[in-house]
Design a protein around this ligand. Structure first.
Ligand SMILES: Cc1cc2nc3c(=O)[nH]c(=O)nc-3n(C[C@H](O)[C@H](O)[C@H](O)COP(=O)(O)OP(=O)(O)OC[C@H]3O[C@@H](n4cnc5c(N)ncnc54)[C@H](O)[C@@H]3O)c2cc1C
Length: 223
């Protein structure tokens, strides 16, 4: 969210500062797919092509681990599928878009608190060399589920414990030759039902990259 917004603002000539509390991009992916609406939004900004080139379209999939398989092929959209592409690649492609017009990310800079006044806002930031305060006309709270920025602004999200359902995502490497198929394409294999660890039963999506790297996404349910 923050990368896309920052890239768009930068393209419009706005001076943007992106703060990221992590020291580097995580090699592990949470999201493994881009649903139709996300692809439509990227296409609106002329951005869909590199994602479509790398991703693997899969016509059905789960949403949020719900025990109902969604059929994207019936949707009235240019993208009637969910595109399997690890979040790591999504973020890297968006970062390229940000860097092209000169945008930068300040890694290891954590937003602590935001104060708003009549002319803009101030952000207290903890960086590797200590804390400092940034002044900006606008501050966008794109800092994820537990957003410090949105909490400062009084618009943090109330949290609810999910019903009795588990969810797991793992990255793994397949043994050489263990995976048959077209080596030039990333392959997505979906299977259900399957039995996963700890006695959970549910659906499983296995994503295989040409280099044999497997990102495994499991939506698990006790039912
Ligand atoms: C297991 C799992 C699987 C998922 N699968 C899918 C899927 O298949 N398809 C899909 O569309 N969505 C999926 N999602 C949801 C998707 O990952 C999120 O909707 C998406 O990452 C939200 O993007 P965001 O930019 O709002 O937040 P994030 O991706 O969380 O990015 C927020 C960034 O802000 C940084 N940050 C946090 N606090 C601060 C701070 N105080 N100062 C500076 N930086 C800070 C974080 O380090 C992070 O880099 C999944 C989520 C999970 C957990």
């Amino acid at each position: 969210m923050g990368l896309l917004l920052a890239a768009e603002l930068r393209l419009a000539g706005v001076d943007v500062t992106v703060l990221e509390r992590a020291a580097a991009r995580s090699p592990h992916s949470k999201a493994l797919t881009l649903p139709p609406r996300s692809l439509e939004v990227l296409a609106m900004r002329g951005l869909a092509e590199p994602f479509l080139r790398e991703g693997e379209p899969v016509p059905t999939g789960h949403y949020g681990g719900l025990p109902v398989r969604l059929d994207f092929s019936v949707l009235d959209t240019r993208f009637p599928y969910t595109l399997v592409l690890p979040q790591l690649r999504t973020e890297q492609l968006l970062e390229e878009r940000l860097r092209a017009p000169g945008g930068e990310i300040r890694w290891e800079h954590r937003a602590l608190e935001v104060r708003q006044d009549a002319d803009g806002a101030e952000v207290d930031v903890a960086g590797p060399d200590g804390t400092y305060t940034l002044r900006a006309v606008w501050v966008a709270g794109c800092d994820g589920a537990g957003s410090a920025v949105r909490t400062s602004a009084g618009s943090g999200l109330p949290r609810h414990r999910a019903p009795r359902e588990g969810r797991g995502t793992a990255d793994a490497r397949a043994a050489a030759g263990a995976i048959a198929g077209d080596p030039d394409r990333m392959r997505a294999v979906t299977a259900r039902p399957t039995t996963a660890h700890d006695g959970w039963t549910g659906r499983r999506t296995v994503l295989v990259r040409p280099d044999g790297h497997v990102a495994w996404d499991a939506a698990l349910s006790t039912t």
